[in-house]
Design a protein around this ligand. Structure first.
Ligand code: PLP
Length: 441
């Protein structure tokens, strides 16, 4: 039986590669027809066939407050009446930059003094890398296998997210000399970092790292690992780029860096990238850092970066409203919901006799079909990933929308109330049973 989603998928494939505008949306690793969404409200999304689901994707992270929060929508509507885009500086951009600077501070530690607004996380990391190269006069970049930092050329080697879901080593179309500028090392592996710096230390511009990895499933940094990266980079005259596009303003008012610094694990990244929550669901991302580094960007410095839609007034309005509404109570609520669901997920899979772990990093969590939470990409890939498709479809049939890949985090919002959480908990039992019955391909 086909429904409106099937018809739309057929129509989409005729005019769009694979029928989608971002690969994981195509349901490649779970099979079936992607839901074409028509609307979203609070903790739910509604598809083109009129079916409503409790949503655990949250637009892949931005919807911290829940979908279509009335005050965020009103802020965007209000901004729209004054003009959609100016290509000139606005007061809102100053307010948003100030808000970011003020939030990313723990005690006397304040790694962000200046902010540049861009439109996507990809742009933020791409610019951060150019800036690190401009600041150090060096070319090489160290990244971790399974980490995803957007789709710019140098960052697709052994990347997470869709690249992991599609089991690709990287991407065609990246010139070999550009790929050769990226050195890929295993995550949470101090010896590998020491070795790469011993061999290439004077040519490395920066290490780029997800503040907590969440694009190969959730893999938290081992305690002290991010601080070790900062120390090692600095000892060799290189920079640390902390990618908080996914974690920033989601796991703590000051991001994963803030979560760690508040727990006494303090280190100073040189550039931090933000995205997702900072734009409240509109296209907006940012990079920030100390003035001496950030001021190397044009027009003050020699590192060029620009954007017609950078600091777009509608996106800025959504970001400002979202960050202002993202109070400590919101984080406490999302944390509590995450703990409750992670425990329920663990219990359901245990009950069904499925080998699993439920890795966590702050309020981010996910499922891994392996005996223990992975510490790196090789371990994440070694799991029984085939159990995810039947688990995913069982949840969907029971009205819960999970990310369509085992390599993605589950995202909660402050709008997931008791009712929503109970519905998810109930669905987990049958889904766990479906995962138990999954046949190895
Ligand atoms: N960095 C991280 C850690 C991400 O998770 C993502 C996207 O998921 C990006 C960068 C790229 O952001 P965007 O998809 O907005 O380009």
């Amino acid at each position: 039986m086909t429904d409106r989603n099937d018809d739309l998928f057929d129509a989409a494939r005729a005019v769009t590669p694979g029928g989608v505008n971002s690969p994981v949306r195509a349901y490649g690793s779970v099979g079936g027809t992607p839901r074409f969404l028509a609307s979203a409200q609070g903790a739910t999304v509604t598809d083109a066939a009129g079916d409503t689901y409790i949503d655990l994707v949250a637009s892949w992270g931005p919807a911290l407050l829940g979908h279509a929060h009335p005050e965020v929508v009103a802020a965007v509507q209000d901004a729209a009446t004054r003009g959609l885009s100016f290509g000139a500086p606005t007061e809102g951009e100053v307010e948003l930059a100030r808000l970011i600077v003020d939030r990313v501070r723990v005690g006397e530690h304040a790694p962000v003094e200046r902010v540049r607004l861009v439109s996507t996380g990809t742009e933020a990391t791409m610019t951060a890398i150019r800036l690190a190269r401009g600041a150090t006069g060096r070319d090489l970049l160290v990244k971790f296998a399974g980490h995803y930092h957007g789709h710019s050329d140098g960052l697709l080697a052994a990347a997470g997210s869709g690249v992991a879901t599609l089991a690709l080593p990287g991407s065609a179309g990246v010139p070999a000399p550009i790929a050769a500028q990226t050195l890929v090392v295993p995550y949470n592996d101090r010896a590998a970092i020491e070795q790469v710096f011993a061999e290439h230390g004077d040519r490395i511009a920066a290490i780029i790292v997800e503040a907590a990895a969440a694009n190969m499933g959730v893999v938290a940094p081992e305690r002290g690992f991010n601080a070790f990266l900062a120390d090692t980079a600095h000892a060799h005259g290189a920079l640390l780029i902390l990618d908080e596009v996914l974690t920033g303003f989601r796991v703590h008012p000051a991001g994963f860096w803030g979560l760690q610094a508040s727990a006494g694990d303090v280190y100073l990244p040189d550039i931090i990238t933000f995205g997702k929550v900072v734009g409240g669901g509109m296209p907006l991302a940012a990079l920030g850092g100390r003035a001496e580094i950030m001021d190397l960007l044009a027009p003050l410095g020699p590192v060029y970066q620009a954007g017609t839609l950078s600091g777009n007034p509608l996106s800025v309005a959504a970001g400002l409203a979202t960050l202002r509404l993202a109070t400590p109570e919101v984080y406490a609520r999302v944390d509590a919901a995450a703990s409750r669901l992670a425990d329920a997920l663990d219990a359901a899979l245990t009950e069904a006799g499925v080998v699993h772990a439920v890795p966590r990093a702050g309020s981010l969590f996910g499922v891994v079909f392996a005996e223990r939470a992975p510490r790196d990409y090789a371990e994440a890939q070694a799991q029984e990933a085939f159990r995810y498709a039947p688990f995913f479809h069982s949840m969907r049939e029971q009205g819960v929308a999970l990310p369509p890949s085992v390599f993605e985090a589950w995202f909660l919002t402050a709008a997931h109330d008791d009712d929503a959480l109970e519905r998810i908990e109930r669905a987990l039992l049958a889904a766990a049973a479906a995962a138990a019955l999954a046949a190895r391909p």
